[in-house]
Design a protein around this ligand. Structure first.
Ligand code: GLA
Length: 389
């Protein structure tokens, strides 16, 4: 998180001093440990919030105007809560516009606000900088309006904002973990009931290492929406044999094995990924509870191979980072994380091996792609909150 004193002076430079000083709110980005492309199939996910995220410095106004300045992009925008804008601009302000209008219409009537936004989650790294932006903004606007924040309702509003104002039919994982995470824990989410359970991360000598391909996830939106449609097709094709299924969440590994003849390629492989990934996520959560890091790591590698070959959302850069990592001593497992087609991988690495692993992965990746990957280590951050200014 950026220096908040710095953020306050930038706020005052843009919006002037207030008799009641501005307040500051923070929401984190995330890295998903396992459970990829399962959330929109009503399945299970196991993400961790980062210590990095988005900070919003905010003060109320007496009208229904929101003025927002992005410190990082040095851009300012203005919107009117009583008049939704003309539509998608493809810019960062779509997220602000989306979350403000949806929170205002669905959760609590808002008042206008001056907002200064700044973040430190790398963009395009698949670490949910946009969910962090939505959750920090929504948390700020609700707090200024005097409302108690219902974190699950806020997460749902962020998802709706993505669907309506951004155009990605995303699941609930990114917003939910950004809103609800506990420090030092992964969050097991049942994406049907939205029940969450904090699963403590091993306190000891194992680190969560995130490695950024520095390849922006190209194709992500169109391919993402295609995968979603393929999953819905899978449910329709299996529905005759398995009456009562509402989503791929309801298909067990046994039921899948008995009904493969109903599924043409590539639907068969898409369904196989989701069914096996749901099972892997639940068993990885159990292994994490009992501190069995070897088992968690093995499920990471199985997940990656399934995403690579069955779900086909990986890319050569992600595959290379996984292959380089798992070849190093001290690495328990690695996989791509997030939507895919670029972005980052997540690895479980012995603390004592971290430096050697990063050096080997950096060298191997640079000699193949001519680019240095980015690294970050997390111990699991906390969810959205007001912070001292
Ligand atoms: C993106 C979406 C999430 C989830 C992941 C894939 O991050 O925003 O809802 O579907 O992809 O697991």
């Amino acid at each position: 998180m950026r220096d908040t004193v710095d953020a306050r002076s930038h706020f005052e430079a843009h919006f002037g001093r207030r008799s009641h000083g501005p307040r500051a709110f923070f929401a984190p980005g995330r890295v998903n440990l396992i459970g990829e492309h399962t959330d929109y199939n009503d399945g299970f996910v196991l993400p961790v919030a980062l210590e990095l995220g988005v900070t919003v410095v905010a003060a109320p106004r007496d009208d229904r105007t929101i003025r927002v300045h992005s410190l990082d992009l040095d851009q300012t925008a203005e919107l009117d809560l009583d008049r939704p804008g003309a539509g998608r601009t493809g810019r960062w302000v779509d997220y602000i516009e989306g979350i403000a209008h949806i929170v205002d219409s669905r959760i609590h009537t808002l008042r206008g606000a001056d907002l200064l936004v700044t973040g430190d989650v790398p963009h395009g790294a698949g670490l949910s900088s946009s969910a962090a932006l939505e959750m920090a903004t929504g948390f700020a606007l609700l707090s200024l309006a005097g409302a108690t924040v219902d974190r699950v309702a806020l997460a749902l509003a962020g998802q709706a904002a993505e669907h309506t104002f951004v155009g990605t039919r995303c699941g609930i994982m990114d917003q939910l973990v950004s809103a609800c995470a506990r420090a030092g824990a992964a969050l097991l989410v049942d994406c049907r009931s939205l029940a969450t359970e904090a699963v403590p991360l091993p306190a000891g000598p194992v680190a969560i290492l995130v490695t950024d391909t520095r390849k922006k996830h190209a194709l992500a939106t169109s391919e993402y929406n295609t995968r979603r449609a393929e999953c819905e097709r899978g449910v329709a094709l299996l529905g005759g044999a398995l009456p009562g299924i509402r989503a791929l969440r309801d298909v067990t590994e046994e039921a899948f094995a008995e009904n493969t003849s109903l599924l043409p390629d590539p639907i068969l492989r898409r369904v196989r990924h989701v069914v096996t990934e749901n099972a892997r996520t639940q068993s990885a959560a159990q292994a994490l509870r009992r501190g069995d890091i070897a088992a968690v790591g093995a499920s990471f590698v199985a997940s990656h191979r399934s995403l690579q070959h069955d779900y086909e959302v990986s890319c050569p850069e992600l595959d290379a980072l996984v292959d380089l990592a798992v070849a190093q001593p001290g690495v328990h497992g690695a996989r791509m994380t997030g939507g895919g087609f670029g972005g980052s991988t997540v690895s479980l690495v012995d603390e004592s091996a971290l430096d050697a692993v990063m050096a080997a992965v950096r060298d191997g990746y640079r000699s193949r792609f001519g680019v240095e990957p980015g690294f970050l280590v997390t111990r699991g951050g906390a969810g959205a909150r007001e912070i001292e200014l």
